[in-house]
Design a protein around this ligand. Sequence first.
Ligand SMILES: [Zn+2]
Length: 127
Amino acid sequence: MVEDDETIERHFNCKICQISHRVKLNKRLLEGRTKFPFPYVYLHDHINGVEHKEVLTILYIDNNLQIRHSEIQELGYDSLFSKEQVEAITKPLIKEIELLRNEIKKLNREIDDLKIKLTSKHYTRQY
Ligand SMILES: [Zn+2]
């Protein structure tokens, strides 16, 4: 797997496949983040003879794009998610959304402050 300027390659041990998977992470994932580690959802196929299932993994990524921790959810090929699985998938994402919302609020306040500063500067210059 080739690494380029935009992505970095990481590995994590998968208990289901019993191998180390390679994951390409985009460096832009770190942009604007202040809270680490953050959840990253990674879905892959597991094929063992005729057995085929999808494995959903939540990777927790730190500020060096290192995988700190992984949580695995096995999905049957054609089965529905269980309540526990849905919770396991959505909980970290909801948390992530909350963090991002707070970030947006903070940034909006900073923008407002800057606007006020800019207007007052213009004001003093003109008069
Ligand atoms: Zn796997």
